[in-house]
Design a protein around this ligand. Sequence first.
Ligand SMILES: *Cc1c(COP(=O)(O)O)cnc(C)c1O
Length: 416
Amino acid sequence: MSTKIFQIYPPLSIPETLAAGPGPGNTDARVLQAFAGAGVADHMQGDVLRGMIECKHMLRKIWGTRNTYTIAVAGTGWSALDTMFSAVMPGDKVVAFANGTFSGINALTLRIKAATSQEHAANPLNPQAASVTVIDVPHGEPVTAEMVDAALAEHKPKWAFMAHWETGSGRVNDLRGFSDACERHDVMGLIDAVSSLGVDDFAIDDYPGIAGWASCPQKGLCCLPLTYAPVSFTDAYIDSLKASGAYTYVHNPIFEARHWGIVDGHDVDKGTYHRTHSGYAVAAFHEALRLTLQEGLTRRTVSYKTHQAVLRDAVTAMGCEVTSDMPSLVVLNLPPELTGREMELVQNCRAQGFGIWPTLSAPVQVRIGILNQLNREAVSRIVRLFAEAIRELGGHVDFEDIEALLESRYGTSIAA
Ligand SMILES: *Cc1c(COP(=O)(O)O)cnc(C)c1O
């Protein structure tokens, strides 16, 4: 054993940065206040349980669904996704569409869930489940209705998976086409809605082909203080889960739902123990949902599109090429003279507290997000910081042009 004396570290101090990436977004001040303002209370205390029930009802409203099994899972997006995939059993036939980093990881998760024990043993970290077909769509391209229809017609799976918005490449995939194809081929659709919930104005019940949905707290819902990742399931999904069981206690939606006051498919007055919940987290999540309902998704969606268009046009004026169409995110190639220096630019920005991101899988591109940055000042600040970063790298930016563009877009019509 080492005889060196262990020195206690000084208190950890984390600076305030500008979260201008694909997520997490800037946590709303109201959410932080709710987190810090909650008292110490255990997970069976009356107001904590009431808060969870209210969250459940708000979530159904925001997500436009009468699915009883609409709850939230402690953790992040992957916690919700793992819960959604819990009903996928070894040997189940699955078709998964992958068009970027996140749908790629989802496809891996599905191969892990559907692999037989022999397939696990053959390749434990990357099982090649014979029952899972992954349709690889090139980075930067969307998943289309035609692709989904053709693959489901050919493979006739039990489950199909797609990301609603693929945050890796910033592409919006065809949710309508996916749901319709699932209905037509009698397949249960599973959707990663991690980056669209709270940003896009859509209702689960308009997509009857989709049996399971999973999202996260820290993107469109502006609630980073590690809280709750929303999920929603149709009765058909729950019936399948009831029939097959699942290889998990903590992420089984039927067990999990009990703490949110759902027993045997019905709402009950009071939750029962599933796991320890944090009163702080419940209070923060509750406030984030209230905020979303107060602002209204219709208004928020318009606002995201408006501000994204300004950011997009500004970076285009700097010589960048935008390849994405997500309303909360711009994915771009740098001007030709700076090609190959994307990581350098991103690292320079991040070192100064301007938290933009590269893509996490090839090709290397730059991602700039506007989560909870829906006003003139915030977007102008992002545009100026990015312009400075390009100039620092030796690129050419006409600052007067950029200011004129901001003024013309914000000057009169869309003040805030
Ligand atoms: C961010 C993201 C994830 C992962 O979510 P975590 O909160 O990091 O667990 C999964 N899918 C998509 C589409 C995402 O944008």
